[in-house]
Design a protein around this ligand. Structure first.
Ligand code: NDP
Length: 453
């Protein structure tokens, strides 16, 4: 760390105590930016960095709701409106017991750069609650969503802030949230993305993050004149992103071998083919069961429960060429990164947000593998949300092929700008620097143009 980065990080830590994930996300970005700030003293003078790490607004609120037994509960809701320099705030809602201010600030911060890379006019935001949808009935989830929206609706809108899904917020939750917003506002507006097709959603939005992460991996491989055909792939998670990563890997002739949930992981040496993926989709999206069931159903698979005493994740300790972390932040630590490299993995495309610790990232960069950080590799989701917003504004729907081909073009454009920017700033092949610098430049220039606001 150079002196300027150390001073800035000391300030960030003092001002935002107990928010390690936010510190981590900021450190990774500011470490990339030194050459840009050296070339552009106007950004230093305009205090762009100091302004970009301070949310424009943080909303924190009480969410009281009643369970099926009549018992009352109080959760904490959040919306971080991080940066609106290039468009309305845009970013998902996460419902998970681990949610806190620091985690949402890291996600909102990452979102600013990611959204800038998509080529679409979207600012950055993120929100959610420390509510755990697991084990709750549909009525309980509905009542929670309604209570959450009873406050959030006054802070969002198609020209202000457009939330979407994230961990624990899928089609069911978006439906309940949208219904409550519509009732309170007495207006049918594109206030959320990830909606169902019949009421304003976009084809390919559910698939977009996973498909996009695979398209990004394919683009990285193209730089070495290679493709995904026949590649063995480790995938973590078994939710929205993981499912459509597996689907696209199969479409492209690759061999996805693993999936996980918070309880453990399955390794299927025969590959998680289409019919097995249908089982997963039913298990996770309809029956809301545990991944362990997969190994009871398919004999080619083994299930390993996670052992909290282990200091590494055994999912990352299998021979493969590619890894698609698609569960949550910091799921690849230094030891996992070393295991991946030792097992022959040389393509990592992050479907999840910040799934790799800084020590893990440094190992990937030192090994000069094809490493696509989340803010570039998983930007297909928010990009397609941007396409959903465009369709809502025009009051029409594009076909599946039209949205998918736009998604592919956007992922190719993101890859290109990251690749070229990394080269321009003297670190060829370093997609971390490429993504951070390219995203920053777009937002910084908009902030300079708009004055001190
Ligand atoms: P889902 O809720 O659909 O799935 C999350 C999956 O990850 C589940 O299998 C879940 O297991 C597992 N998981 C979650 N938290 C943990 C944890 N602390 N430890 C172990 N496993 C965990 O979420 P998504 O698929 O939508 O999101 C996955 C990742 O992708 C997140 O990092 C998200 O921020 C990122 N992302 C999502 C986008 C989207 O469009 N949905 C867009 C861009 C990024 P279990 O069910 O047991 O909790």
């Amino acid at each position: 760390m150079n002196d300027q980065v150390s001073t800035l990080m000391a300030d960030v830590k003092a001002k935002n105590p107990s928010e390690p994930e936010f510190h981590q996300a900021v450190q990774e970005v500011v470490e990339s930016l030194s050459p840009v700030l050296d070339q552009h003293p106007e950004y230093r003078k305009g205090k762009i960095l100091e302004r970009i790490i301070e949310p424009e607004r943080v909303i924190m609120f009480r969410v009281p709701w009643q369970d099926d037994q009549g018992e009352l509960h109080v959760n904490r809701g959040f919306r971080i409106q991080m940066n609106s320099a290039i468009g309305p705030y845009k970013g998902g809602l996460r419902f998970h017991p681990s949610v806190n201010l620091g985690i949402l600030k890291f996600l909102a911060f990452e979102q600013v750069f990611k959204n800038a890379l998509t080529t679409l006019p979207m600012g950055g935001g993120k929100g959610g609650a420390d509510f755990d949808p697991k084990g709750k009935s549909d009525s309980e989830v509905m009542r929670f969503c309604q209570a959450f929206m009873a406050e959030l609706y006054r802070h969002i809108g198609p020209y202000r802030d457009v939330p979407a899904g994230d961990i624990g917020v899928g089609g069911r939750e978006i439906g309940f949230l949208f219904g409550m917003d519509k009732k309170l506002r007495n207006e049918f507006t594109g206030v959320l993305t990830g909606k169902a097709l019949e009421w304003g959603g976009s084809l390919i939005r559910p698939q977009a993050t996973g498909y996009g992460a695979v398209y990004f991996a394919a683009e990285m491989l193209k730089t070495r004149h290679e493709g995904l055909e026949g590649m063995s792939c480790l995938v973590s998670g078994s939710g929205n992103v993981a499912q459509y990563t597996v689907e696209k890997l199969n479409n492209m002739g690759a061999r996805p071998l693993t999936l996980s949930d918070s309880g453990g992981y399955i390794y299927d040496e025969a590959g998680i083919k289409e019919e097995k993926l249908s089982f997963i989709m039913d298990l996770k999206n309809v029956r809301r069961g545990r991944i362990a069931e997969y190994a009871n159903k398919f004999k080619s698979a083994t299930y390993t429960p996670f052992d909290p005493k282990l200091d590494y994740n055994p999912l990352w300790d299998h021979k493969a060429q590619c890894a698609f972390p698609s569960a949550t932040q910091n799921e690849i630590n230094a030891k996992d990164a070393a295991n991946l490299l030792r097992n022959g993995v040389y393509v990592v495309s992050e479907g999840a947000n910040m799934p790799t610790t800084i020590e893990g990232v440094n190992q990937f960069l030192d090994a000069k593998i094809l490493y696509g950080p989340g803010k570039a590799a998983n930007a297909g989701g928010v990009a397609t949300s941007g396409l959903e917003m465009a369709q809502n504004s025009m009051r029409l729907s594009w076909t599946r092929d039209e949205v998918d081909s736009r998604l592919l073009l956007i992922m190719q454009a993101i890859h290109k700008v990251c690749f070229q920017t990394a080269e321009k700033y003297g670190t060829p092949g370093n997609y971390v620097n490429g993504a951070n610098i390219a995203g920053f430049l777009k937002v910084a220039n908009a902030m300079m143009d708009q004055g001190l606001v």
